[in-house]
Design a protein around this ligand. Structure first.
Ligand SMILES: Cc1cc2nc3c(=O)[nH]c(=O)nc-3n(C[C@H](O)[C@H](O)[C@H](O)COP(=O)(O)OP(=O)(O)OC[C@H]3O[C@@H](n4cnc5c(N)ncnc54)[C@H](O)[C@@H]3O)c2cc1C
Length: 321
């Protein structure tokens, strides 16, 4: 049996949904899925991880008193060596970007981030390059392999298993001089944009910061996240964490709504893999209109309040039913 490690991430104490697609992608004949939970609630996660085929959960205690990716990465690398796990898949998320390169460096392993397809037998991956203009197929060689997977590229499918939990305490950390002094959030909730199923984004057409409330009001009823174009970010209307595109977050949701966004190539580079694209724009000739599944030609300031009312009504009738 080949052991495949899954680096599990949590959001408010619950396993992130994007981990389930990752587990689905990792399953295969003669494979043991091993969930690596670093300083997280391993026992609480047991039931959901079992539902997606995880056979072993490693409860890693890195000795972290606060979030310290250097120490946590060292602990995960040590657990992989002890448990003879050669391949590790994590998410291409803010936390994954902190941990996976450090784990790879510790193991002297090749690392590919933002994989859209992983062949764990041939150690071959597909990943987009040059702002999504090309897809590269890359073959890895070595004794360990670290993969950062793009969220939502594989639909999560259940396959129940029984998982044992084993504890792994790490005390071999050599101080590297790296210290996290403070962690701040911008309160936008946009940190998980790349993992959202539904995104509603605004651009220059929103005209000012306060008008983003129109998007947040609609998002609330759809359990959606709010994104933005670079113009909205550069104007200081919303934080950078909300920027979608070539120099922002690459997203892969089921539904992407572009509101008052023209659809530049740079914006498209970050959202073109969305399964459904809907545009709202006053200009029927805007580039986004030719590259979406549905569009509404009209003023967002008239359309969004109506949309919000319709979404609220739909949510109410669903709750009553
Ligand atoms: C190297 C580089 C990297 C870049 N990276 C990114 C990136 O990561 N992400 C990104 O988004 N951009 C990026 N850009 C910028 C990009 O080229 C565009 O300038 C930007 O995407 C345009 O943003 P926008 O669509 O909001 O604005 P605009 O192109 O000005 O479009 C605004 C749209 O709103 C519509 N509109 C106006 N009023 C209304 C209304 N009342 N109701 C409905 N619609 C209305 C207009 O018809 C128009 O189509 C990058 C550029 C460069 C050079």
């Amino acid at each position: 049996m080949n052991s495949i490690g899954l680096l599990i991430e949590f959001n408010d104490g619950r396993v992130k949904e994007a981990n389930f697609g990752m587990a689905t992608a990792a399953r295969g004949e003669n494979r043991n899925l091993v969930a690596l939970v670093a300083d997280g609630p391993a026992e609480d996660a047991q039931a959901v991880l079992e539902a997606y085929g995880v056979a072993r959960i490693v409860n890693i205690r890195s000795g972290n008193r606060s979030w310290d990716p250097a120490r946590q990465a060292a602990a995960v690398a040590a657990a992989m060596q002890k448990l003879e796990i050669d391949s590790l898949i994590g998410l291409t998320s803010p936390s994954g970007r902190e941990l996976l390169p450090r784990i790879a460096a510790r193991l002297g392993a090749p690392l590919i981030m933002d994989c859209i397809d992983i062949d764990l037998e041939a150690h071959r991956v597909r990943t987009s390059q040059y702002s999504g203009k090309t897809i590269a197929t890359i073959a890895l060689t070595g004794s360990h392999f670290i993969y950062g997977m793009r969220a939502n590229v594989v639909p999560a499918l259940k396959e129940p298993a029984e998982a044992e939990i084993i504890d792994f305490s790490f005390d071999g950390y050599q101080d590297t001089g790296y210290e996290v002094i403070e962690t701040r959030t911008d309160g936008s909730g946009a940190h998980y944009l790349a993992e959202a199923d539904i995104i509603i984004s605004g651009g220059r057409g929103l005209k000012r910061a306060e008008n983003f409330k129109l998007l947040f009001d609609c998002a609330r009823h759809m359990n959606a996240s709010v994104g933005a174009s670079r113009v909205a970010v550069d104007n200081g209307w919303v934080p950078y964490a909300m920027q979608v595109g070539q120099t922002g977050v690459k997203v892969n949701p089921k539904v992407y709504m572009a509101v008052g966004i023209s659809g530049s190539v740079q914006h498209f580079a970050g959202m073109k893999t969305a399964r459904m694209i809907i545009a709202i724009n006053t200009d029927e000739n805007a580039a986004i209109m030719a590259n979406c599944d549905y569009f509404a030609v009209g003023d967002l300031f008239e359309i969004l309040p109506e949309l919000e009312k319709a979404l609220a009504a739909a949510k109410r009738s669903k709750e009553v039913a």
